[in-house]
Design a protein around this ligand. Sequence first.
Ligand code: OGA
Ligand code: MN
Length: 277
Amino acid sequence: MSLEVRPQMENGFFAEIYGADLTQCDDGQFDEIRQAHLRHGVIVIRDQALSPDQQIAFSQRFGPLSIHVLEEQLLVGYPEILLVTNKKENGRYLGIPDLGRQWHTDQSYQETPALGSLLYALEVPGDGSGDTHFADMTAAYEALPQGERERLDGLQAEHRYDHKHENFELSDNQVDRLPGVLHPLIRTHPETGRKALYLGVQLVKRIVGLSPDDSTETLERLYAHCTQPTFVHRHKWRKGDLVFWDNRCTMHAAQPYDDQRVTRHMHRTTVVGERPF
Ligand code: OGA
Ligand code: MN
């Protein structure tokens, strides 16, 4: 069956895909999905029913999977799956109830950040809360004035896990493994060749080579620019959604939900990427 691809933003950013069954995805259909991911930056494949093994098998077709540094939040028996959930067992959360309320791109604190993340919704809040917002960093870059693009090109930013991670204290061992890393502020997508801003409120500490005030002012101005409504799609989750975002050219931010009253239960797999250039 051929897929129906429905872009959500005028320039094509963020597409909804209907008619796929990822438990039986042949090479032809896989290629269509891969192309859609590159073309639209974020895709949601609707109406899926995936076991952990099936989600892992599909995700691995894009490349090796990474095991998240938060070992205690992984699904038992499936270290490739990070539990993004507010479900509790014996009074304790089974996973991370909210991962990334501020704008970020996944694992930018590593030398080789995530290529993409696949977040699969098993249960979503019945009251319509808990959306995820996605920003198109390619369009945001292309909309900057020429002089600004030239000023930023060649600059690097320092990314650190512990910059503004509000939820989790890392153990000393985890901190040692995550000393922080420099990445270009403007990166070139290795597959499409397009340039995009590579930033994150949650993880970017500073722009290297600028005075602290200049760095803060520049970052704040860029965040305000990238998160304008013209660059942002607000995804409203449905049970069975598999959302696959390209961390190389997008940012995302989780929106609040009422942890006491609704359940939001998701499985995330993460594809290892290349070092940004
Ligand atoms: C993530 C993440 C956002 C959300 O899984 O990396 O940021 O809305 N999730 O749960
Ligand atoms: Mn994230």
